[in-house]
Design a protein around this ligand. Structure first.
Ligand code: KG4
Ligand code: ZN
Length: 334
């Protein structure tokens, strides 16, 4: 029997239908409205989720050739994320599950990014090391079983995606900045400017991206408006190379610290080509398998939530009616 999964933790309204690890449909509606603000406006995101939740769920069911009465459970992101946005997804999930007395499976968003790696085709089995790099989080996760993960190290300030989005904004690119920055960087020289590779001498597994962002602010200030436009490809290339260098360096350090038998990636920044290449070559040097999920499964989606739900605690009706979403902090399966 198929399972419905819903994800609304940030600005993407997502629904998917799964049959175990098989994705039958995966619908993602990105809210373009935030582009004009240069970032996600939480209240605007919630209101758009309200408008989009029903059509997105209906599109996911239609794509899977299923109806509401075919479902055996409803999985939903409970947190972390924007609280208003999460509440829309959670209320939608309850409204679908409760009248049918279906179990509800509250799921952790970051567990979802890890669990994208458990989906078909070619699912990976724990244990493995997973770098999660998104707009809200950057961490190294030690995945020892399907049910969760251990945080081995995380960012001390900005998330990698957050820094990338800020850099993209400084360079006059749209939001979200990742894909546009990657495209512009491919035409530039990564060695043209000196960007600090933060935390390179730090022996731990933490990350820091705020210094890198400040370095770009100063470079743009020194170049002036016209100079920044002219040198934008080189600035993008240098900035991206510094982000990728830091992420890959910490993956290498985690592999030095513990003999992980495989490496995987998760989160929107994992869609970045140069990052994938850097981690692939690191794994090749060490003879370790490297699992790469499709780019669509790296950025926020509901299929990953359905995957994590397979290893999360279902709540029976009516137990979940008072269940609340959570904005931050470890709760759920971690
Ligand atoms: O996982 P995600 O979709 O949402 C969060 O949970 O935050 O990640 C979104 C982040 C954004 O910062 C976006 O700019 C970044 O992932 N991103 C990329 C690429 N595609 C998306 N960063 C670098 N290169 C990309 N190709
Ligand atoms: Zn995410």
């Amino acid at each position: 029997m198929p399972q419905l999964a819903i994800e609304t933790s940030c600005d993407d309204t997502c629904a998917a239908v799964l049959d175990g690890p098989r994705v039958l449909s995966n619908v993602i509606s990105s809210q373009a409205i935030h582009e004009k603000y240069g970032g996600v406006v939480p209240e605007v995101a919630s209101r758009h989720h309200l408008e989009l939740a029903v059509p997105v769920v209906e599109a996911a069911l239609a794509g899977a050739g299923a109806g509401f009465d075919d479902l055996d459970s409803v999985a939903v992101t409970a947190g972390p994320g924007l609280i208003g946005a999460l509440l829309v997804g959670l209320s939608t999930a309850k409204a679908i599950a409760a009248p049918r007395r279906l179990p509800l499976i509250p799921t952790d968003h970051l567990h979802g990014h890890v669990a994208a790696n458990f989906l078909e085709p070619d699912p990976i089995e724990p244990p493995f090391l997973c770098l999660i790099a998104s707009g809200g989080h950057t961490m190294l996760a030690g995945v020892r079983d399907h049910r969760g993960f251990e945080v081995l190290g995380e960012t001390l300030d900005d998330a990698a995606g957050e820094a990338i989005d800020k850099a993209a904004r400084l360079l006059g690119l749209g939001f979200p900045g990742g894909p546009a920055l990657e495209k512009l960087a491919s035409t530039g020289d990564p060695g043209a400017f000196d960007f600090p590779v933060a935390m390179s001498r730090d022996p731990g597994l933490g990350f820091s991206f705020s210094g890198l962002k400040t370095a770009l602010v100063y470079l743009c200030r020194d170049l002036g408006e016209e100079g920044t436009v002219e040198r934008a490809p080189d600035l993008a290339a240098g900035f991206q190379a510094a982000v990728v260098d830091q992420l890959a360096t910490k993956v290498r350090r985690a592999l030095d610290a513990e003999a992980w038998p495989a490496v995987a990636l998760g989160g929107g920044v994992a869609a970045n080509g140069p990052l994938r290449e850097a981690v692939a070559s690191l794994c090749e040097q060490r003879g370790i398998p490297f699992k790469q999920v499709s780019r669509e499964l790296c950025t926020d989606n509901a299929a990953m939530i359905g995957s994590a739900a397979r290893y999360s605690e279902p709540l029976a009706y009516p137990e979940y009616l008072g269940f609340d979403a959570f904005a931050t902090g470890p709760r759920g399966s971690r």
